[in-house]
Design a protein around this ligand. Structure first.
Ligand SMILES: *[C@@H]1O[C@H](CO)[C@@H](O)[C@H](O)[C@H]1NC(C)=O
Ligand SMILES: *[C@@H]1O[C@H](CO)[C@@H](O)[C@H](O)[C@H]1NC(C)=O
Length: 441
């Protein structure tokens, strides 16, 4: 018996450690110069309610914000039992000097709130930094970091081999479709295949939207976001990556925040000479409504979890595509080698709604725009089919309706959920410029 137990534990020790699946959200620290402890705590509570496991703190080299912000962030995370780890941004303000990476990791890596891979090694990511890949054997030796960079400007095969295969896994920033298409998992499959022979993990990106108009940073394009959020979570449930990273929690400049809009942190629009502040008053809170469901399904190997409470969500752009001059925004961007198209080709003038339901039997969708009602139907049902639990979705065109948007989901005459609020649909154009961001309620 004793002999058997020794054999059993010896062979167990040889098995690779299966890391738990985790879902992170990308937090741009440079966007938060005014954040106080209470603000960090508010955002952490919202992330915890959404079942997010940790914030990925994107930090730019030489940014004076880092000192105070990181102390507050870790204090808040410790107060609330939350986790965080660093993503060194090698593009925002140039490459990170190696010694500064080492000293930051040695300062925070042992913090109880620093997210550790398998409970031991400080988890670390990057935004790009291909030219500094050779720094990482030394950084890992000095810090015991578990290193999952985003080097997705080169192919997965190249990224796996960089600096003698220094990456312990890879992250990709490729979360948006090219042109008038649906996002596919082809880029994710390329990463999974390149990493499989090495038995290294993949971190898959999920994002709800993309629009940026920041002349000061030479950025002015959109990618198709219609239908993207739920589609990507279905792809996550199916592809079962080792980790998921939500892009992003608070990147206001690229309109893909799923965290709250912090009015005092919108200075970047003036700093980057944006023709309009396309985030003020544009909530994305609705993109968190189903996160506990999506995350639980991913962690349950794609099985549909029990639905705690039926719910609804909706999103729409606040103006018809041709109501205002485009602001010079293109659909796609030549900067990424893409064919640019008029932006109105990539967006639909529709209210997109979704409902988390035990079944759609007896369910009615009503969309009111400025008091004018339309009946919606579900063009997409859960993978197991109509009548089964999961997320149902559809859309109705704005048509000529203008005004506040209210979506009501009812069953046999009883209201299950109503979503409303946020900015209504209008043809008034601030500074004669189209706002291609979307309201998500
Ligand atoms: C995207 O996928 C949805 C669901 O399968 C489908 O209804 C829609 O037509 C697709 N859109 C495009 C642009 O391919
Ligand atoms: C309005 O847009 C123009 C050009 O896009 C810009 O030069 C100007 O600063 C903007 N004005 C405001 C008030 O944002």
């Amino acid at each position: 018996m004793l002999f058997f137990a020794i054999i059993a534990s010896a062979s167990l020790a040889l098995l690779p450690v299966q890391a738990a699946k985790e879902v992170f959200a990308h937090m741009i620290v440079g966007n938060l110069p005014e954040f106080e402890l209470a603000d960090w705590e508010d955002d952490i509570r919202l992330a915890q309610a959404a079942k997010i496991d940790a914030f990925v703190l994107n930090i730019a080299s030489q940014d004076p914000i880092n000192g105070r912000s990181l102390d507050l962030a870790f204090q808040a995370a410790n107060n609330l039992g939350f986790k965080m780890f660093f993503s060194f941004d090698y593009l925002a303000q140039g490459p990170w000097p190696k010694d500064q990476v080492i000293s930051l990791l040695n300062k925070f890596g042992n913090n109880p709130a620093y997210f550790k891979h398998d409970g031991v090694r400080p988890f670390v990511s990057t935004f790009e930094g291909l030219g500094s890949a050779a720094d990482w054997p030394d950084i890992k030796a000095a810090t015991n970091a578990f290193f999952i960079p985003d080097w997705s400007s080169v192919s997965a095969q190249e990224a796996v081999r960089l600096a003698g295969g220094v990456a312990d896994g890879l992250f990709s920033f490729n979360a948006w479709p090219n042109g008038d298409t649906n996002m596919t998992t082809d880029p994710d499959r390329a990463f999974l295949e390149a990493l499989r022979p090495e038995d290294k993990p993949y971190m898959m990106p999920v994002s709800p939207w993309f629009f940026t108009n920041l002349p000061g940073f030479d950025k002015n394009w959109l990618w198709r976001g219609d239908g993207l959020w739920d589609l990507r979570w279905r792809q996550v449930a199916d592809a079962q990556p080792d980790f998921v990273q939500i892009l992003t929690w608070n990147d206001y400049g690229e309109s893909h925040y799923v965290g709250p809009v912090r009015e005092k942190e919108l200075g970047l629009f003036a700093a980057a000479h944006a023709p309009i502040n396309y985030v003020r008053g544009i909530t994305h809170d609705g993109w968190r409504t189903f996160l506990p469901f999506y995350i639980e399904q991913y962690k349950a190997d794609g099985r549909v979890p029990r639905i705690q409470a039926e719910a609804a969500a909706a999103y729409y752009r606040p103006a018809p595509a041709l109501a205002c001059p485009s602001g010079g925004t293109t659909g796609n961007t030549a900067a990424f080698g893409q064919t640019e198209v008029p932006p109105e080709q990539l967006v639909e003038d529709s209210v997109f709604y979704a409902a988390l339901l035990n079944t759609d039997a007896g369910v009615t969708v009503t969309v009111s725009i400025g008091g004018r009602q339309q009946t919606g139907h579900f063009s997409q049902v859960p993978t197991a089919g109509a009548g089964t639990p999961g997320v149902y979705q559809g859309s109705v065109p704005f048509g000529t309706s203008r005004g506040d948007v209210v979506v009501t989901i009812s069953r046999d005459g009883q209201t299950i959920a109503t979503v409303e609020g946020g900015k209504g649909i209008s043809t008034e154009c601030e500074n004669n410029t189209q706002n291609w961001n979307a309201v998500a309620v």
